[in-house]
Design a protein around this ligand. Structure first.
Ligand SMILES: [Zn+2]
Length: 485
């Protein structure tokens, strides 16, 4: 808990500079105009409609993703933003489903399965995958070794119980690598209720998995397990995926230059890519729409803040936050000039405030901002680190840059997350505008303050923070795999 004690040990150095970030009366008055404009004239709802309904699903590197990039650039240009451009990075593989998955239980009796290819899975061999199903009891190295002989050459079935209570994603990935060495034909992974594809991938860096992985409906999975209790079960399935290697993917960038401190930057970000079963209206269409409407409202206010606001729409978030890690790699020398990064990526239900991701000092820093948000009902914060490695802020956190992630209600959102129901009709315009207003007010207050927002952590402070929040093991795994710089 060195983080918490540090200001007490060195009060002169650490405490006064960042304890509370002041909000001047003229800042408050500019925020009043910006927030009022968003609530009355806000365009986020229309931006999201265009992105979801017109551009459509935008898998990283796909043709639709390229359309989304052009669409976003055009929006920023129409708004008169400065320095509108793209910055590319290379993804090892793009992936798109080419033919829908079909599959069935072939014995002890015939039954069609609700089945989908998992993201970044190779196609099945021509003629499909056919064979015996073996249920994996424990997805751990010991568990795999215990069933080693049966798993080799079989179709391996996994459900929630196979995962047990292990929560570290790194452990799951390491166990899957172990499984790959045993040489199964394919993996069947339990999904949502029959008929609801819940898109995801079991790689974290845009690479293709070692063997075909399919998602099978929850009820179908239980049926196979009950059949296995009474004898052997065989299944067959096939799907074809379009895979292209080493594809360039663009992040989209635009700026409102600061009036006094143009070299100090506040970043507002979201991810432009989405999954294929839906139009990604909320994951992360509303985040993109939020960034663009914050740009519109601040630009139109005629009050550029002291610092530059940079809007960055990232690609490859769903494949392992690739766009933001590429961004920080490219701009590593500039991290000290980034005052704060604000991300929206938990849907567009009502905003409650901000995720601090374990940075207690940010709560104090926001003291003067909270009165700006009280009337919006979004003046709260949470120290929760539940989503620490799950969106683009983490690329910046790991290099010591202070970040904030918009904290939304998520009860409805997680029912449609990565599913076909993530469409525009799920978006509530009033809730969306309230989140946009929250983001705009906070961004402007930080960018216009006479003082920087919060301290930049040293590598040893970042290490303490990851250990305090119990994320050190996952971080070490991802870092050694080359995901993080
Ligand atoms: Zn997302």
């Amino acid at each position: 808990m060195r983080r918490l004690l540090l200001p007490l040990l060195v009060p002169v150095l650490a405490a006064p500079a960042f304890a509370q970030m002041p909000v001047a009366p003229q800042t408050r008055s500019a925020v009043a105009g910006i927030v009022g404009d968003i609530m009355v004239n806000g365009q986020a709802y229309e931006y999201d409609r265009q992105l979801a309904d017109t551009v459509g699903p935008r898998l990283t590197g796909s043709e639709n993703y390229v359309h989304a990039v052009s669409w976003a650039e055009e929006k920023f240009r129409e708004l008169g933003l400065a320095n509108v451009h793209t910055e590319g990075f290379t993804i090892p593989s793009t992936w798109e489903p080419e033919t829908p998955a079909v599959g069935r239980i072939t014995s002890p009796r015939l039954q069609e399965l609700h089945i989908y290819s998992l993201g970044w899975s190779p196609s099945t061999p021509s003629g499909g995958v056919k064979g015996n199903v073996v249920y994996l009891q424990h997805l751990t190295s010991d568990g795999i070794e215990a069933q080693k002989d049966k798993l080799a050459g079989s179709i391996v079935l996994m459900d929630d119980k196979s995962l047990g209570d292990q929560s570290a994603f790194s452990q799951i990935l390491q166990a899957l690598d172990h499984l790959a060495k045993i040489g199964p034909k394919a993996l069947l992974l339990v999904g949502g209720p029959n008929g609801t594809e819940s898109a995801t991938a079991l790689t974290f860096d845009g690479s293709i998995s070692h063997f075909p992985i399919a998602q099978v409906g929850r009820e179908d999975t239980s049926l196979i397990r009950r059949m296995l209790d009474h004898g052997p079960v065989t299944v067959e399935f096939s799907f074809k995926n379009r895979i292209r290697k080493n594809v360039k993917v663009d992040n989209v960038i635009a700026e409102i230059p600061g009036r006094d401190l143009p070299n100090e930057v506040v970043i507002v970000g979201a991810h432009l890519d989405s999954w294929h079963p839906a139009t990604g209206a909320q994951d992360n269409g509303t985040g993109v729409a939020t960034a663009i409407d914050v740009a519109r409202a601040i630009k139109i206010s005629g009050h550029p803040p002291r610092r530059t606001i940079r809007f960055v729409l990232f690609g490859g978030e769903e494949q392992g936050i690739l766009g933001s890690t590429a961004y920080v790699r490219e701009h590593r020398a500039d991290m000290a000039s980034i005052d704060c990064v604000l991300i929206s990526d938990t849907g567009a239900q009502r905003a409650k405030g901000w995720y601090l991701m374990g940075r207690d000092d940010e709560k104090d820093a926001l003291k003067d901002v909270e009165p700006l948000l009280a009337g919006l009902g979004s003046n709260d914060t949470t120290p929760s680190v539940e989503f620490l490695f799950q969106t683009d802020h983490i690329s910046f956190d790991l290099l010591g840059v202070p970040t904030l992630v918009l904290w939304n209600d998520v009860d409805k959102y997680f029912k449609l997350h990565h599913k076909a129901s993530d469409s525009f009709d799920s978006v509530d315009q009033a809730d969306l505008n309230q989140g946009v207003a929250t983001t705009a007010a906070t961004t402007y207050a930080i960018a216009d303050s006479s003082q920087p927002f919060a301290r930049h952590d040293t590598p040893s402070q970042t290490e303490d923070w990851l250990k305090d929040t119990r994320q050190w093991e996952d971080y070490q795994f991802f870092k050694s795999a080359g995901v993080f710089p």
